[in-house]
Design a protein around this ligand. Sequence first.
Ligand SMILES: Nc1ncnc2c1ncn2[C@@H]1O[C@H](COP(=O)(O)OP(=O)(O)OP(=O)(O)O)[C@@H](O)[C@H]1O
Length: 509
Amino acid sequence: MSKNILFSAKNIVKSFHGTQALKEVDLDVYEGEVVGLVGENGAGKSTLMKIIIGVQPQGSGEMYLRGKPFQPHDPLEANAEGIGMVYQEQSLITTLSVGQNLFFGHEKEFMQMGIVNWKKMYAEAAAVLSEVGCEDINPRKKVIDLNFATRQMVEIAKVVNVTKEASTDGKCLILLDEPTSVLNETEVKRLFQEIRKLTAKGHSVIFVSHRLDEVLEISDRIYVYKDGENAGNMNVADATEAILYERMVGHETNSEYYHLDKQVIPKEEVVLEAKDLGCRGKFKHVNFQLHKGEILGFCGVVGSGKEEICSVFCGDESPDFGELIVKGRKTKYSAPYQALNDGILMIPMERMVEGVIRGLSVEDNIALSNAGRLSKRGMISRKRVSEQAVEWIRRLRIKTSGKEELVIQLSGGNQQKVVFARVLASESDVVILNHPTRGVDVGAKEEIYGLIRDMVAEGKSVILLGDTLDECIGMSNRVLIMRDGLVTGELDAAVDAKPSQVSIISMMV
Ligand SMILES: Nc1ncnc2c1ncn2[C@@H]1O[C@H](COP(=O)(O)OP(=O)(O)OP(=O)(O)O)[C@@H](O)[C@H]1O
């Protein structure tokens, strides 16, 4: 590794309305290295990234790029200096094509006599995509027609392209904030290959993630932030998941991660049943039963059909074939409220878009799914809304200045905790958890696993689309495996009979 410092942040301080997000943090990045940045939800990671890219200014402190003072006023200025960022929230314009997104703001370069030379733009877009190993993405396709994983690869291609163009002589710095959260394992591998290609050319990357195994795999050095302060930095050779966890959370992981001691044996009673269920072009011949008090894990790669089946249970889509039986009654939903009336609720994967109303307060968001229980003679009791919020803020350790704070002001992971609180507080007895721990820090993950166990112990039933195979196996009583729209296997996952990852993967691919 070259020893020239590419970027430095020194004594960075940032406050928001009384919340001190960063208290004099430092961060150095050498040329050609990947710096991992980890910390609990609300530790200040995204805030620092936004300061580096020029979205918001720091309160005090200095930054240096290639040894010179660096203070971008907006992301375009940072791009022009060779710093680019892929955001946690997707930033592509979905109504435009991939090519238009890649060259957004640079259309002039393709103008000939006042009109855009589309052929040229798409040819160049194809070249950019192939440079990041995504030659299979059609640059003419509208972003809205792409799945989230593909969109993420387009975002990365865009950023790599912008910064590369900006600095032909110098080295670039790419900021990746939770880049793998919507990627499957193959795509993560591809991303890591891409990152390694970039660093081999002397460019550098800051990699922010809650997935400690990935941080350990891709980083050269790792910084840990805790409550807006540096809680240590180390070479990857000196780091383990346990060390990082301890620095982040302040204590060692003390309980069994998946709370296997609390795994209960489901009841006989069937709450939801699929009989030869099918949706044209998405999945077919799906049969299974979900029992009271059961956690049923669905495993499969993106496109296997597992997400689409869940859309049928929660009323987002209607099946074309077969039967859906809920609590003994044959049914078919054409809207989510109908599923909700039957006690079925889903945490959506894109919960930043669908799961939370960001302009509402923390307490009102938590109350969204159980307004009925909180009302008296048709009037919502503010007192109950407030009491409920205080309880969940405490249980999930939601980092907020108070229950009245707007959700938009919370860090990404804390927004997710709010969505989770909403589901846990709901009266639904069948809960579909689509990647419930994505973007949530390791400490909160453990708590969420404990809460899921409590939910099923109380008699709720859960369909789990886990963030990792490990999570799916660890938490479930049984797993269903899907490939190309078909169920390819069903395995018992009792406490003493957990299937191996290898046996599941062999049925997934
Ligand atoms: N625009 C804002 N207004 C008010 N408070 C904010 C704002 N942005 C961040 N904060 C607060 O600053 C703190 C740090 O947030 P930040 O998003 O940097 O955390 P993070 O480490 O990236 O967390 P996560 O892992 O959940 O994404 C949090 O307490 C958050 O509520």
